[in-house]
Design a protein around this ligand. Structure first.
Ligand SMILES: [Zn+2]
Length: 312
């Protein structure tokens, strides 16, 4: 099982990847007064386009801590500005926050936190997607919301609640920048430009949750699948999703057979190609036409409240 290293391992599905506590190897461990600022970060980004990777103890070769950690100032294919919230920070906020970020790999199925865990970190996805689920006592689950490069996982940190009754799990593998929770709280209470940004993001999340509830109650599985595919696609740089029908069923809170039938119908219409745990979107405009209004409502509100979407 892969969890955020604060004592919740083993509470749920044993087949999930494991996330070991991480030794910190980031700019936060640099000698005082020698931490790279934004200017140094940008210069380094321009000078060096290679992404080197530090594999940690028991790293990606099947060991229990299957995750790696990179410096936030690591230039090249990873950049904090691949996250819309981090990209929208003021120069002063970047100066304070960017050196504190840790780039982490987000393996498929990794659990960031479980129900009632006290959050220790906030996560800003860049090319990964995290689903926040409610897991019933019988093990069934439904996705409440999803977070990609438009947002962050960990609003309970600055909202003051500290815990939530939900589980956050990596739905699409990739990377995120991790920030110690206390630093996010400090930034929120600083009364600077980051606070209204985080509040607007929270409002967009509320819209997404509300619309998900409406969609689950009033719309068909076919329409729900279209909504889910479109919202996932908006957060990825490709037109392909690596996801099983069983996982989609867990997200939508419906039977797997219902997802299989809906995916077959979309496949026959030439909208998607669905094979061996991969879904390729062949005709996006047709997918939008087949979708209910819920996707447009969520997207419109996100576009209104959040910083501009990043180029794909
Ligand atoms: Zn709907």
């Amino acid at each position: 099982m892969w969890v955020d290293g604060h004592g919740s391992a083993g509470k749920f599905v044993s087949s999930l990847p494991k996330f070991a506590p991480l030794p910190v190897s980031s700019p936060t461990s640099a000698p005082r007064g020698r931490r790279p600022g934004v200017a140094a970060h940008l210069q380094a980004s321009a000078a060096n386009t290679r992404c080197t990777e530090q594999r940690l103890l028991n790293g990606m070769n099947g060991g229990p801590g299957a995750i790696s950690l990179r410096s936030a100032s690591m230039p090249g294919c990873h950049d904090p500005q691949r996250n819309r919230l981090l990209a929208a920070l003021s120069p002063r906020e970047r100066e304070r926050i960017y050196p504190q970020l840790q780039l982490v790999e987000m393996p498929l199925g990794g659990v960031l936190y479980e129900s009632d865990d006290v959050l220790r970190h906030a996560y800003f996805p860049t090319d990964s997607i995290v689903s926040v689920l409610y897991v019933l006592a019988d093990g069934a689950s439904t996705e409440l919301l999803a977070v990609g490069n438009e947002g962050l996982i960990g609003i309970a940190l600055f909202m003051g609640g500290e815990t939530t009754p939900s589980r956050a799990i990596v739905q699409s593998a990739g990377h995120a920048y991790r920030l110690v929770g206390q630093l996010l709280k400090d930034e929120f209470h600083r009364d600077g430009p980051m606070r209204p940004l985080l509040l607007r993001y929270t409002q967009a999340l509320i819209t997404q949750m509300a619309q998900t509830a409406v969609c689950n109650r009033h719309h068909t599985v076919d329409q729900q699948l279209c909504r889910w595919l479109l919202l996932s696609l908006d957060r990825l740089s490709s037109n392909e999703l690596i996801v099983t029908q069983e996982r989609i069923a867990n997200m939508l809170g419906v039977r797997r057979e219902g997802v299989t039938e809906a995916a077959c119908r979309l496949d026959k219409l030439g909208v998607i190609r669905n094979a061996r745990g991969r879904i390729s979107i062949l005709n996006r405009s047709k997918l939008e036409n087949l979708c209910c209004e819920c996707y447009a409502v969520v997207k419109k509100e996100a576009d209104r409240l959040l910083p501009p979407a990043l180029p794909r």
